[in-house]
Design a protein. Structure first.
Length: 188
C-alpha cells in the first residue's frame, strides 16, 4: 500500500510539473519548441501502450518521429540524447512519407502536413502510436493530442475517440489537464 501511495504522489508531482510547463509564457518560436520538446516525454508518463506494442522490449528504442517540416531544429536530439522514455533509449526520426511511420511510438505532425493529415491519420488510426499535432485544428482530424498557443501559453486538446482507436490508455490525470474533445468533436 505504501508503494502505491508513493507512486500516486510521484504521478501528482509530475502533474504539477506539467502544469508549470504549460503556464510558461511563450515569447518566441524557439522557446515554444523547447516546451513542446519537453512535453513529448512528459506526456508518456500518462500514457500506457498496449502489451502487443512491444513497449516492454527494452532492447528496442523508443521512437519519436516528426513528419513534415522540422520545427525543432536540433532540440529533440539534444533533449533526448541521454534520456530514456519508458526505460528505453530514444531515437529521433525525421520523415516525409507515410510509410516511414512504421515502428514509431510518438508521431509529431507538423503544421506543414495540413493537406496530408487525413492520410496520416488513416494510416495511424488503429496503431498504438501517440499522435501529437502542432495545431489545434488537428484534433477534429483524429490526432490524439493537439498542441497550440493561446495567450502566449502552450495548451493541448485530447481527442478521446482517437486515443481509444489507437488502443492507448490515457491517464485521467492527463485528461483532466486537457481541453477534452468528445467523439462529436465538441469541447467537454
Amino acid at each position: 500500500m505504501e508503494l502505491i501511495n508513493k507512486y500516486n504522489r510521484f504521478k501528482h508531482i509530475f502533474l504539477i510539473f506539467i502544469l508549470s510547463i504549460l503556464s510558461f509564457n511563450v515569447y518566441s518560436q524557439a522557446h515554444e519548441y523547447d516546451i513542446k520538446a519537453a512535453l513529448l516525454e512528459k506526456f508518456t508518463l500518462f500514457v500506457e501502450w498496449p502489451d502487443k506494442s512491444g513497449m516492454e522490449d527494452k532492447s528496442k528504442p523508443f521512437i519519436i518521429s516528426v513528419i513534415g517540416d522540422n520545427p525543432f531544429g536540433s532540440l529533440l536530439e539534444s533533449t533526448y540524447k541521454n534520456r530514456k522514455i519508458k526505460g528505453k533509449n530514444v531515437k529521433i526520426n525525421y520523415i516525409k512519407e507515410i510509410h516511414e511511420i512504421d515502428g514509431t511510438d510518438i508521431l509529431f505532425i507538423s503544421v506543414s502536413e495540413k493537406t496530408n493529415i487525413l492520410n496520416i491519420i488513416s494510416y495511424t488510426n488503429d496503431k498504438p502510436i501517440l499522435t501529437i499535432g502542432d495545431t489545434k485544428e488537428y484534433y477534429d482530424k483524429g490526432v490524439i493530442l493537439s498542441l497550440f498557443k493561446r495567450k502566449n501559453k502552450i495548451n493541448f486538446i485530447l481527442n478521446k475517440e482517437a486515443a481509444k482507436n489507437s488502443k492507448l490508455y490515457i491517464s485521467y490525470l492527463l485528461t483532466n489537464l486537457s481541453e477534452v474533445i468528445n467523439e462529436k468533436g465538441e469541447e467537454e
